[in-house]
Design a protein around this ligand. Structure first.
Ligand SMILES: [Zn+2]
Length: 56
């Protein structure tokens, strides 16, 4: 089981990872700023990176 010791929220840098809440199951997962999409390990839903959606 993966658990991050630091659970600080609200002060992330755009160069690092951040948390996105899965709309399917409500579980938060880590996203890297240059990562286009990720799959929720809990429910399998594909999440798109909100900070990349504007690009392109
Ligand atoms: Zn999910």
């Amino acid at each position: 089981m993966h658990k991050c010791p630091r659970q600080e929220h609200g002060n992330w840098s755009p160069d690092e990872e951040f948390e996105v809440v899965c709309p399917g199951c409500g579980r938060s997962m880590e996203f890297f700023k240059d990562e286009e999409k990720r799959r929720c390990r809990n429910c399998g839903q594909i999440l798109t990176n909100p900070i990349l959606q504007d690009a392109g």
